[in-house]
Ligand binder design. Structure first.
Ligand SMILES: [Zn+2]
Length: 452
């Protein structure tokens, strides 16, 4: 990057000559493009014709591919603490004995781990993460300080989590009141903060960890506040069996009856769904946080094609896997094709790129402001270094991105008009300190979990 010499800057930032994939159907691909940013807004996206406009900052885009910021609609940054181990133990750490769990994490440890997960996600091209776990009143501003967009919430539940990994589902309204109250206080404090980069959702943990009455309260709270509800849905056989025993229904039937199964819901996993569940979810227009890698790691696949066909909006998310949304596009494509046993129009790079960008923005209720490189939207831009052997030849840029790209190929990230990653390094944080503090926190937690 060089400082442009012109005395009268017209834009704060101009990226000149990059290969642009916009995720905007009006001009999906621009081979030699120009992007101009003023303040937090994209003021021009189009072909680089004529001399570059004057700008405070000029990025030479030759050898770079520009995409919209990637939108990760469901993650738990703190669960970086269990990576490399929990993947081989059980379907979710909260249900697995001997593994560090949310109720064991101190606020300081939560911040250390949440910053690690956020740093990793941003360096790999995510510009928004929808992150839920514990001690969120401290982790949300700490993650936001990296320059990232973060929507967050503590886990809302009324089950006593300390019993779940041991097979005890005891509900306590006092726990529900406390977790929901904290979410509302969080929204009061942070929803729309940091120039709109921070947001809050109502993260109802799962149908089985919220009692039926409590789910009804969450629906009422959604209606009163206008906040989006996020949950895990049909993520395990345990959940399905528990809801059948408790309510005599499937989890999707339960949520439909309670008025939750609609386009104000982001539902993660959606694996164990009946044909009728899929119809209901599609008709309701839910947003599916598809977790192809996490599901496959647990030996499962979600019926994504049928959910999409029924009307659901498919998005992408890493859940508790590592935060590489580029790799995840490839997982979604390959898992989708494995399910169909063929290559056809149902699963193409365009589909998974939309899932990682504009579909995610839609799920977050932010399709008007992010999710594509469109003039007038927020300046959330990822620049990939494509002057590398694995991107040559660039016959089909999107094909290359989906089939050979990785988060590690990200060179620069711009969020809300601010360069937050430059030459692969975070600009607003001490990466070394974040890694050291997270390593110490994870080690302490594993020691305590072994003793639990
Ligand atoms: Zn999850």
């Amino acid at each position: 990057m060089t400082e442009a010499p012109n005395a009268k800057p017209l834009a704060d930032l101009v990226i000149e000559g990059a290969h642009i994939l916009t995720s905007d159907p009006d001009q999906p691909e621009i081979a030699k493009g120009r992007i101009a940013v003023t303040g937090d807004t994209l003021t021009f996206v189009g072909p680089a014709e004529g001399p570059a406009p004057a700008a405070k900052r000029l990025i030479d885009g030759s050898g770079l591919m520009a995409t919209p910021g990637l939108v990760n609609v469901h993650t738990h940054a703190i669960l970086t603490m269990v990576r490399g181990v929990a993947e081989d133990m059980g379907f979710a750490p909260a249900y697995t004995p001997g593994v560090p769990q949310g109720h064991m994490v101190s606020p300081e440890e939560a911040v250390a781990l949440a910053r690690l997960g956020a740093l990793e996600a941003m360096k790999f091209g995510s510009t928004l993460i929808n992150d839920t776990y514990v001690h969120v009143d401290e982790t949300l501003p700490a993650q936001g300080a990296l320059g990232l967009r973060v929507t967050a919430c503590g886990r809302i539940h009324d089950v006593d989590f300390s019993g779940v990994s041991k097979g005890r589902w005891a509900y306590d309204m006092a726990i529900g009141k406390e977790t929901l109250g904290k979410a509302l206080a969080l929204a009061q404090r942070f929803h729309g903060a940091m120039n709109g980069r921070l947001g809050v959702q109502l993260a109802a943990h799962a149908p089985d960890t919220c009692s039926t009455d409590f789910l009804r309260t969450i629906r009422e709270t959604r209606d009163q506040t206008g906040l989006i509800v996020a949950t895990h849905l049909a993520q395990s056989r345990i959940e399905v069996e528990r809801i059948k025993e408790r309510d005599g229904k499937t989890p999707a039937e339960l949520l439909e009856e309670l008025g939750l199964l609609n386009n104000r819901l982001i539902a993660a996993h959606c694996i164990f769904m009946t044909d009728s569940d899929i119809e209901k979810a599609g008709k309701g227009g839910i947003h599916v946080a598809h977790i192809p890698k996490g599901n496959a790691t647990g030996g499962t696949m979600a019926p994504t094609l049928r959910l999409r066909g029924a009307g659901a909006n498919l998005c992408l998310s890493t859940d508790n896997m590592h935060a590489d949304m580029v790799e995840l596009m490839r997982w979604a494509l390959c898992v989708g094709r494995l399910q169909e046993g063929k290559i056809d129009d149902d699963w193409q790079p365009e589909d998974v790129f939309a899932m990682a960008t504009i579909n995610g923005a839609r799920a977050m209720g932010m399709a008007d402001s992010i999710g594509s490189l469109t003039q007038g939207k927020k300046a959330d831009i990822v620049l990939f270094d494509v002057a590398q052997p694995h991107f040559i030849p660039m016959t089909d840029a999107l094909g290359n991105l989906v089939h050979v790209g990785q988060g590690r190929d990200v060179r620069h990230v711009i969020i809300d008009g601010v360069i937050t990653v430059e030459n692969g390094r975070a600009t607003l944080a001490d990466e070394g300190a974040i890694m050291r503090e997270a390593e110490m926190a994870a080690r302490a937690l594993w020691r305590r979990a072994a003793a639990d």
